[in-house]
Design a protein around this ligand. Structure first.
Ligand code: NAD
Length: 1634
């Protein structure tokens, strides 16, 4: 340190700063210190060549703060140095701040100004500012008069450590940054740290990116300092911001510790840059090292600047480039983790999807960071040589692989910067040749945290290896350090932590201990802080918002009771805590603790107990102790550190006083859940893998996975106390487990499930039934649902249970071909487990969110690729989505919670409960939640503390539920007034923006008022405010928040029963059903879209009121169609609106929207087909006035919210807004040319059509262009146009209107609009019916006739031929269906039919339902599970051939009939039919039909059933086979016994010609359903007995026959069956026979 002081001369006495000098290019010209103004002028005047003029250039920000001071100092110092000479000129020039000033124009302006000021060659230019000023002014100095003296006074941190050093100067041009410039070395560089106090916080972080980067490539010591002193460095900067003491830091003696550290850190970084510049001034090799983080960082910056700063992009680039180094096997995981954490500690983003970046530019901009685009930008980078990209590869923190950037393959970079990862199948190695791999998974978090605390409290040095590097352990380390209890150091590149224990001597930390959301650290330290032996002072433990809600109460209670003095600073029961130090430490003795919430409380006290004043006896009270294994883990680890805890009673532990003796080395056991993945890899690929540090002596539950799961599946497992080796059986030979209880290792169930998915070896039935894992429904996501959904992508069948999952194994060869794209729900375990399945599936799989593994094993993909040998590559799911069929809009996370809002009394709770059950979501009623939280009922709160207090609780809990505790996996029902608060609306909107459905229930207000008059459990509305006023006020507020809207109006259904004022039977059940349907749609679970791979049709309704078609005509006129078009414009013809003159009137418009909503809802109630919602304007051939555009758009937007699957918008300036807001709906962007003169199709005149097509595609998912034909040729041209432009990915509906255009309707490739003879008018000229299209296609040779048959015996009386032939006829299909009576399923005739090219499908009946399976190639999961086939379907095999698929529609027929009966019953008996989940069922018989019946009951949701069969043994056998589908399934010896012990509400008879005595006792329930599959005679004994009971509905077997036939027809033809016609045909024959 050089001390520069001058003796006082004339004028002012100067005390000059003490500074540090750094050498660059052979001279010590970099000067660092605090408060340098005087120093600078003194140095300039005395030591640099004299100048006639000094020109200080700065920007307005700095001018405001510092120019006066510099001017004043200039005069004073001159007077001091040269008392007798006149002062030279000091000219000041001020520029606007920011990058735009760094231009050629500004440079010329400065030069002109200087010339104007008559500056000569002996001028000195000083740049006071950030990098912008430095670069620009340096370039001016370099060229002014061919170069004048230049001095840098960098004021931003970035300028200090980077841009001011090295002599690079430049300006930007429109073609790019820094493209014009020169090397021009400054004479001096003065770094005045004091000015950093005014630097904006973000600019400080921006500069720190370069500081951290420099340390990372150059000096591990420096990196350690940066890592450890983030808080000090920040404090030093903040000190000044708080005002600080005027000149603190001027001299070394006056510097605070923080200032010293800041100076040290900046000087060290500047020194590295100076060194590199000195050795490579013109950037030919080594200087390239400084570009670490910049190759990727620059590419990101190119996309995100100027909103995101250079340093912020570099920080992300550093982490990604470090990951490249890790992937190449050079840098350790610890290195990446430390670098990431260090950057984060300085407030920098560290990932491309970092929340900070989302805040800065929004998710949409971030989505532009596509790997392809970034790689393209990198290709232009100046470091790129030829095609080869170069990256600075770290060997470890502080050292690089080479002394220059290293060439890296594009594929490697792509992998790291991709959101997804493509895992290709692992090639099979010949038996016995697979290498034995050793994998060490990351350390266990629980063990890591315990080891840290034990070693810190212990005596002596302990080397901890395999410590987990996570946020949790990091805060623990930092807190223990702050309490001065020990010292930490790193060895082996940070792989070993050396702890020098302090023997329990702790001090109060200098600041609050911030523990983030680290629960373990918070609980452990809450006791530890009491060990601080100071008399006076206190320690504060605090955390982030989430941590402040997590409980700590029982622990604090116990400690307080023991004599500790602890206060809650905010909320009782949670952090922040203030622990007072009164010199007494932890008293000890008998401590009582309630341990039913968290075992961490117990561990916390046990771990600290040896240091209490008295030996501790810890007694656990207050209910069942939770997670005993973790308590055992603590005790075992305490023993390893020399302290033996004695369990003196079941829940009492005695801990002797003393101190821990640190072992010299402690290896943290790997995380046992993580270890399941490499071990399972060996199992699934038939290779061998060893995890060397987990064995039978492990304290972790998941350590049992190898022995309890892998061994029974057929693996060879060798386990010692401390290691585990697994060898898999040859591929494809894993065996299913049957029933397995995974309660002791719930986190490992995902690993087991993927193995079970291919466990088709051995003699088992291939089903693994995992139980005991109910908690997995509510982990990071609903893991059970996630595994069901994702395994299905591989073609694996599963069943989702309340406490488990069934997995039906698939032979390896039968996994679905193609590359499934797997969603991970941001859950590390989902990602890792499914990546194993990808290793053996035919073409691998794409895991969409690769980064989610970071939670526990960031290195997993490296391990999978490098150590385990799986070929992997980057994958960019978003890039593929853009081209895929379906919506391009943001697709919400399927697991985001669903929120239900709406007026009180509309039915939110009852509908919500039903829907939650149907969707497998957790049901959360906010009112109940609130009452439980506050401990009072709502009326109590309101009467006691008032509405405001209630609203406050409501807001707090809503935010908590939707952003933290139940952001996913729940269905949340809000109170009616939730939208009244602005804050709540924001929370709801935010949830919606993140893709969570917010569904508003819209009431029929009369019903609500009536309901509220009855409901006394809630506080009344204020007397004055009429409920309708409240509704009117809230209506727009609901609209502000909701994504979807559902109309709840029982009266609607009543209105369709002519003459009947009462509600339609089962109305509420219909409302429930369709609500669930909307939620499935809104959450993306079932988008109900039409497949565009085959011709499809939608029928256009034309009546002004859909009730004209209800209830009977609608199903008839939609036969053959795939969707229904609701033409809202035609609804204008309805009575109240006819004329449509006053649509501009707000009241009329509101009324019309409501009318359309009711119409839409009615369609929903009566048809399951998707709806195409259209408002066609007059100019486009419709009826909607083109003057009412606002209303038209309002309707279309409303339709999106109602859940219309398709909305048709005309291509105009309003269309893009709808497209952007379409949520789950698909937009059909249409243009109609009724004149036929503009839209021309022929290649030489289709310019306009091409243009309209492009416009339609820009604002629609499906384009629709409609012209009018004048000649046959127009149709031929149209077909050509379609040929040129249509594909499944980019669908196009194109046709010609008019009689002459009918031909184009026959050849239209998809979504052809059709009419039906039952419609009084066609929606457009020339529209024809589905039947007509088919007839024409058949004549034209586009629809070959197919043969269908019924196989069975005896079948002569079967109504099936009549049923199917009637259906073919009704839809104009040229097919035929006949009987093929045969006694053997594989008889020659049958085989010949199945193989024939014109075979279209077959029904199968007794006695062939099981034997026919031999002739088939594959079975649906249902057929497989039932064990019987009644339908054969030929399907394309994707390779030009066909395979025969066996299916079972019997069970679907039963399900449909039972559902219909439920609806009927729930009306007549007013809900007396018990809920399915509570009801019991009886199946009579044990044959093939009984199997279908049991599966149907399971599908319906029945959980308890009994089987009766005359031969009891067969019933018992059936029970064994189907037991897994029910909570309770048994067989009964007699029918009398069947009704016992449950609410018997479903009886299914399956015995033909049954003559059993049916006991009356079966019908003891007031309501129920009896169904008999036998249909000869019409009234079987069962039905006869049932129909005597008023509440019981009966279902005749013939009805099931029709329903199953309808399913068959639809599966064969992919058309909606003409159900009514099929029914008519069957009943005509049946009635004649019976
Ligand atoms: N020449 C090189 O080798 C080199 C290296 C890296 C970056 N650069 C260049 O540096 C520029 C970026 O530099 P920057 O990050 O310093 O940006 P900057 O110069 O725009 O400064 C950032 C902002 O902070 C303000 N500011 C600076 N110091 C302050 C202080 N002490 N108190 C209050 N406000 C203060 C500035 O007025 C400005 O608004 C870019 O143009 C980049 O190309 C050059």
């Amino acid at each position: 340190m050089a001390a520069d002081t001058t003796t006082a001369g004339a004028g002012r006495a100067l005390e000059l700063a003490e500074v540090e000098r750094i050498s660059i290019l052979g001279a010590e010209s970099i000067v660092c210190g605090f408060h340098l103004a005087d120093y600078i002028w003194n140095d300039v005047f005395r030591n640099l060549a004299a100048a006639s003029t000094y020109v200080l250039i700065t920007d307005t920000n700095l001018a405001r703060l510092y120019v006066d001071k510099y001017q004043e100092s200039f005069a004073a110092v001159w007077a001091h140095v040269n008392p007798e000479r006149k002062a030279p000129r000091l000219l000041v020039h001020v520029l606007p701040p920011g990058e735009t000033s760094k231009s050629r124009a500004t440079k010329s302006a400065i030069e002109d100004w200087m010339l104007g000021e008559k500056c000569t060659r002996d001028t000195m230019v000083l740049a006071l500012g950030g990098g912008v000023i430095g670069d620009l002014v340096g370039y001016v100095a370099a060229t002014f008069m061919r170069g004048v003296a230049f001095v840098q006074i960098p004021t931003s941190l970035l300028a200090m450590v980077d841009s001011s050093i090295g002599g690079k100067t430049a300006v930007d041009t429109p073609a790019g940054k820094n493209l014009i410039g020169a090397f021009w070395q400054p004479k001096r560089i003065f770094m005045d740290m004091a000015v950093l106090s005014t630097l904006p916080a973000r600019e400080f972080s921006n500069g720190m990116a370069e500081v951290v980067k420099t340390a990372a490539i150059w000096s591990s010591d420096e990196f350690d300092v940066l890592e450890a002193s983030a808080e000090e460095v920040r404090a030093a900067v903040l000190e000044g911001q708080k005002g600080g003491s005027g000149a603190s830091g001027l001299t070394a003696a006056s510097r605070s510790a923080a200032q010293t550290q800041l100076l040290r850190v900046i000087a060290a970084s500047a020194r590295v840059k100076a060194h590199v510049v000195t050795h490579d001034e013109r950037e030919s090799g080594m200087r390239g090292l400084l570009n670490f983080g910049h190759t990727i960082g620059h590419a990101i910056e190119a996309v995100l600047s100027p909103q995101v700063l250079h340093g912020e992009c570099v920080a992300v680039g550093c982490v990604l480039e470090a990951e490249v180094a890790r992937r190449m096997g050079h840098l350790s995981e610890v290195g990446v983790a430390r670098l990431t954490r260090c950057l984060r500690a300085y407030g920098l983003p560290t990932a491309m999807d970092d929340a900070a970046l989302v805040r800065l530019v929004g998710a949409r901009r971030l989505a532009e960071l596509r790997p392809r685009r970034l790689l393209d930008i990198m290709a232009l980078d100046k470091k790129t040589v030829g095609a080869q990209k170069r990256i600075v590869v770290l060997k470890r923190l502080g050292a690089t692989l080479e002394m220059q950037p290293t060439a890296v393959a594009d594929s490697l970079i792509a992998e790291v910067i991709s959101a997804g990862v493509l895992v290709r199948p692992v090639p099979e190695t010949p038996a016995g040749q697979a290498a034995a791999v050793v994998v060490v998974p990351p350390g266990s978090k629980s063990i890591s945290n315990r080891a840290l605390l034990l070693a810190a409290l212990g005596n002596g040095e302990c080397r901890i290896r395999n410590l987990l590097h996570s946020d949790d352990t990091q805060v623990m380390l930092a807190a223990l350090q702050a309490m001065g209890g020990c010292t930490f150091g790193w060895e082996d590149d940070g792989d070993t932590l050396v702890v020098a224990g302090g023997g329990g001597r702790l001090q109060a930390p200098p600041h609050e201990l911030f523990l983030g959301n680290a629960g373990t650290a918070a609980r452990f330290l809450a006791t530890t802080a009491n060990l601080i032996n100071a008399a006076g002072g206190s320690t504060v433990l605090t955390g982030n918002a989430r941590m402040k809600q997590r409980p700590t109460g029982p622990l604090v209670d116990a400690l307080r009771a023991n004599g500790c003095s602890i206060d809650y600073c905010e909320r009782t029961g949670s952090l922040p805590l203030r622990v007072h130090h009164d010199g007494r430490g932890l008293p000890g003795g008998r401590i009582q603790l309630a341990a039913s919430v968290s075992s961490q409380y117990v561990s916390s006290i046990l771990l600290c107990a040896p240091y209490a004043r008295q030996p501790v006896v810890l007694e656990l009270v207050g209910g069942k102790v939770i997670s005993q294994p973790y308590i055992d883990m603590t005790i075992a680890m305490m023993a390893q550190f020399g302290c033996r805890v004695e369990r003196v009673a079941e829940n009492t532990y005695a801990v002797p006083a003393g101190a821990y003796a640190n072992p010299a080395e402690y290896v943290v056991e790997s995380d046992a859940s993580s270890a399941t993945y490499p071990l399972a890899f060996a199992a699934i690929t038939g290779t061998q893998c060893t995890v060397p540090n987990i064995g039978s002596a492990s304290l972790q539950g998941d350590a049992r996975f190898a022995v309890d799961v892998l061994r029974p599946m057929g693996c060879t497992v060798e386990q010692t106390a401390t290691s585990t080796t697994v060898r898999g059986p040859p591929r494809g030979q894993l065996r299913a487990l049957g029933l397995v209880d995974m309660e002791p290792m719930t986190d490992a169930f995902l690993t087991a499930a993927v193995l079970a998915a291919v466990a088709a070896g051995g003699a088992t039935d291939g089903v693994t039934r995992i139980r005991g894992i109910a908690n997995q429904h509510v982990k990071e996501c609903d893991r059970i649902a996630a595994m069901c959904d994702e395994l299905a992508r591989f073609g694996v069948a599963t069943a989702n249970h309340a406490d488990g999952i069934d997995v039906h194994a698939c032979a390896l060869g039968s996994l679905k071909p193609g590359v499934p794209s797997v969603h991970c729900y941001d859950d590390h375990r989902v990602a890792m487990s499914l990546s194993l399945l990808a290793c053996v599936s035919p073409q691998g799989a794409e895991i969409r969110e690769r980064r989610c593994v970071g939670k526990t094993w960031p290195q997993w993909w490296d391990v999978l690729a490098r150590d385990l040998g799986a070929p992997i590559a980057g994958a960019d799911p978003a890039e593929e989505d853009a081209g895929a069929e379906g919506p391009k809009a943001d697709v919400a996370k399927a697991d985001a919670s669903i929120v239900v809002i709406g007026m009180r009394g509309v039915g939110k709770t009852s509908l919500g409960r039903v829907a939650a059950r149907a969707l497998g979501l957790l049901f959360v009623d906010m009112d109940e939640h609130l009452e439980a939280d506050v401990g009072q009922t709502i009326p109590e709160i309101v009467n006691g503390a008032g509405w405001a207090a209630f609203r406050q609780h409501e807001s707090r809990l809503l935010a908590q539920v939707l952003t933290q505790t139940h952001a996913t996996g729940a269905l949340v029902v809000c109170g009616g007034g939730v939208v009244e608060e602005e804050a709540n609306r924001r929370v709801l909107q935010q949830h919606r923006a993140l893709g969570g459905p917010v569904v508003c229930l819209t009431p029929n207000m009369q019903h609500v008022a009536a309901y509220l008059n009855r409901d006394r459990s809630r506080p009344a509305y204020a007397v004055t405010s009429d409920i309708n006023d409240v509704y009117a006020r809230r209506l727009p507020l609901y609209a502000e928040c909701c994504s979807h809207e559902y109309l709840v109006d029982k009266a609607l259904l009543a209105a369709t029963n002519a003459g009947d004022d009462d509600e339609r039977p089962g109305a509420w059940a219909v409302i429930e059903r369709d609500f669930v349907r909307l939620l499935r749609f809104a959450s993306g679970r079932d988008l109900n879209r039409v497949s565009l791979a085959h011709p499809s049709f939608f029928v256009s309704l034309t009546a002004p009121d859909v009730r004209a078609y209800l209830p009977d005509a609608l199903p008839r006129l939609t036969a053959g169609a795939h969707a229904i078009e609701l033409r809202a414009d035609l609804l204008l013809h309805a009575e109240p609106f006819a004329g449509a003159a006053d649509l501009a009137d707000a009241g009329t418009a509101d009324e019309f929207v409501h009318y359309v909503h009711r119409q839409f809802t009615l369609l929903r109630h009566f048809s399951r087909l998707p709806v195409v919602f259209t408002v066609r304007t007059v100019p486009q051939g419709g009826a909607f006035p083109s003057s009412a555009d606002a209303l038209r758009m309002r309707l279309l937007h409303a339709a999106v919210q109602w859940g219309a699957e398709y909305v048709d918008v005309e291509v105009d300036s309003l269309a893009p807004a709808l497209y952007a807001a379409r949520q789950r709906s698909l937009v059909i962007a249409s243009f109609h040319d009724p004149s036929g003169t503009r839209l021309r199709w022929a290649a030489n005149e289709c310019e306009f059509a091409d243009e309209m097509l492009a416009r339609a595609r820009a604002c629609g998912d499906v384009a629709k262009l409609i012209s009018s034909a004048r000649s046959w040729q127009d149709n031929v041209d149209c077909l050509d146009f379609v040929g040129r432009n249509h594909s499944v990915e980019q669908p196009l509906i194109a046709l010609n209107m008019g009689y002459e255009g009918q031909m184009s309707r026959v050849t239209c490739p998809c979504l052809t609009p059709v009419t039906h003879p039952l419609l009084t008018a066609a929606a457009a000229p020339g529209q024809i019916s589905v039947a007509q299209v088919h007839q024409a296609r058949a004549l034209l040779g586009l629809l070959p006739a197919q043969r269908f048959a019924l196989l069975g015996s005896p079948i002569q009386q079967s109504p099936s031929p009549a049923m199917h032939n009637a259906a073919f006829g009704a839809l104009g299909l040229p097919h035929t269906y006949r009987l093929l009576e045969t006694s053997a399923a594989d008889d020659e005739q049958v085989v010949a039919l199945l193989r024939a090219a014109d075979f279209g499908g077959a029904s199968v009946t007794i006695p062939h339902k099981q034997t026919v399976m031999r002739l088939l190639d594959t079975l649906t999961p249902a057929a497989k599970r039932i064990g019987a086939v009644n339908t054969v379907i030929p399907v394309d095999d994707g390779k030009g051939g066909r395979v025969l698929l066996g299916d079972n529609t019997d069970y679907l027929g039963i399900v449909d009939c039972l559902r219909q009966a439920q609806l009927d019953c729930s009306g007549t008996a007013d809900g007396r039919l018990p809920a399915v989940a509570e009801a019991k069922a009886l199946v009579i018989g044990a044959g093939g039909t009984a199997r279908a019946a049991l599966f149907a009951l399971h599908t319906l949701g029945v959980r308890s059933a009994v089987v009766f069969n005359r031969t009891a043994a067969r019933a018992q056998e059936l029970v064994r086979e189907f037991a897994d589908l029910f909570d309770s399934l048994g067989s009964v010896e007699s029918l009398e016994l069947a009704a016992e012990g449950g609410q018997l509400a479903y009886i299914v008879g399956t015995i033909p010609g049954c003559d059993l005595m049916i006991p009356e006792a079966l019908f003891a329930q007031p309501a129920g359903v009896a169904l008999d599959m036998a249909y000869k005679p019409r009234w079987t004994p069962l039905l006869e007995a049932a129909q005597k009971h008023a509440g019981w509905a009966v279902v005749h077997g013939v009805a099931v026959l029709v329903e199953q036939g309808i399913h068959q027809f639809e599966k064969w033809t992919r058309l909606t069956a003409p159900a009514a016609i099929m029914g008519d045909a069957v009943y005509a024959q049946y009635n004649a026979q019976f």
